[in-house]
Design a protein around this ligand. Sequence first.
Ligand SMILES: [Zn+2]
Length: 354
Amino acid sequence: MEKKVMRISSVILGMVMVLCVGLFLGVSDIHYKSEVFAKEVEESREYKQSLKDRMRDEIENAKELASFADKGQIRIALPKDITESDIKLKEDITNREYQVVIPNVNDEYFDSNPIMGSVSVIDDFSVYEDFGKGYFDIKLNGIYECKHTTDGEYLYLDFEDPHKIYDNVVVIDAGHGGKDVGAIQGKYNEKDIDLDIVLKLKALLDNDTSIKAYYTRLTDVNPSLEERVKLSNDVGADVFLSVHNNSLSGFGSATTSGTQVLYYVSDNTGNSKVFADICLDKLCSYLGSDNRGLVNGDDIYIIHNSKSPVALVEIGFLSNQSDLIKLTNEDYQKECAKALYDSIKEMISKTYKE
Ligand SMILES: [Zn+2]
């Protein structure tokens, strides 16, 4: 009985020992396996997190892109130490072109810092580097007001419909320019007098935050007649004003003086006549010039192609000595500008308010 018990207990002990060794070996194996498993879990967690991060980034990017698209906004990364004042922005309204020039840019800059944003206002664009400067040239599909802002890291460009920003939008056309000098009297060319008056009108319009004025020219250049009237039509001008001066040749021409205004007789709305009437009335009363009346301008290209109320003012005659002296006088030109400014104000208050 004792022996039997002994045997049984030794068997049990042996079994326990085998079990213990097995357990020990098993535990160490489990321990090793659990370490691998934990590492895998950790890696998988990191992978999931990185996926999440990437997805979040993608979503953020998509959101950002969507917000650019909504806002019609473009974002350009600024190189280090470059501030807003270092950036040059050029606008060519006639050609609907816009250029951003950024200094301190190498030829790989835009590859690592792509320009992002909406193309809803863009017909075409190019991004390039030249002599350490980065260029972003845009051909716009219409006429927009470009506002630029920066948060230090990026430059943001916003292109907006001017009608959404300003109460009124007008287009002013200084006659002739460049090789087309207009009327000539001695050393005087009509194109210069037309432009002088328009620049003085611009000074008045610049101070008026309710009106946005676009100009067919502000220097001695000669846009085509088509480009001039297209600017007005494309921007949907509330009024289109063309500034000219007159001249006559032949017998008795020197005695003819005064102001006349051409308008679109065939304009069904009658607005061209209303505007022309206002211009004629104000020019004659402010300047004390002879009222030579309204003239049918239907044959004039920029008149019969204008979709906006149009007036072409012939303020005075270069061929008349008295008119010429006045027209080349700064103060008289300022008075011309004032008469035209007040005419625009009256016309838009009549037509577009209330
Ligand atoms: Zn002219």
